[in-house]
Design a protein around this ligand. Structure first.
Ligand SMILES: [Zn+2]
Length: 196
């Protein structure tokens, strides 16, 4: 589902900030940064999930499609996503988690990618223990390129969550599921910070 733009500069030449897209972020940056690069109407509910995971204590960044037209054109593929504000935030980020949406609207599951495979495995185990289905990442969803936005923090490796539409909808609408999902991820991030 790649849009026509190779990078942010190209997008910026053709789209209007405030009308077609908007950039939302926490007031302060933090060593933990949660990113929704395809937020708003591009990958529905990914912005909300990003902000919930960040809560009041971590930093978050959300690039949001808000056009009344086709929002898919605002999708800059993850390894080319180079909007300057998020690149700046990444310079201070040790733990990076990006939130994405998969189209699947019938099955509730997620796939975990990114170069931080140790953190990815911890997340997989924790989420599975809390009743979520984590599938093997398919080709194209592994987030293994060094320029993938999830791998551009201080450590050069991060994690990306590709969440099916069915599960995003459930997290959005079902408070119990939301708390279980968000708290599982937040607890793990906090445990990692404590170990650093
Ligand atoms: Zn995405």
């Amino acid at each position: 589902m790649n849009g026509p733009y190779l990078n942010f500069r190209e997008l910026q030449l053709h789209e209007h900030e405030g009308k077609d897209y908007q950039i939302m972020a926490s007031c302060n940056w933090h060593r933990v940064l949660i990113i929704a690069p395809h937020g708003g109407k591009i990958e529905y509910f990914s912005s909300q999930i990003c902000k919930w995971i960040a809560g009041e204590d971590f930093a978050w960044y959300s690039f949001e499609g808000i056009t009344n037209g086709d929002n898919r054109r605002l999708h800059i593929t993850s390894h080319n996503f180079d909007e300057p504000r998020v690149l700046q935030a990444l310079q201070e980020a040790y733990t990076v988690v990006t939130i994405h949406g998969l189209k699947n609207s019938s099955d509730e599951f997620l796939m975990i990618g990114g170069l931080d495979s140790a953190f990815g495995t911890d997340l997989q185990i924790a989420l599975q223990n809390h009743g979520f289905i984590v599938k093997e990442s398919e080709q194209g969803y592994r987030g293994e390129r060094t320029t993938n936005i999830c791998n551009r923090g201080c450590t050069g490796k991060g994690v990306q969550l590709e969440i099916s539409f069915a599960l995003r909808k459930r997290i959005f609408a079902d408070a119990e599921c939301r708390t279980r999902f968000i708290d599982t991820i937040r607890s793990l991030i906090k445990a990692r910070m404590f170990k650093e």
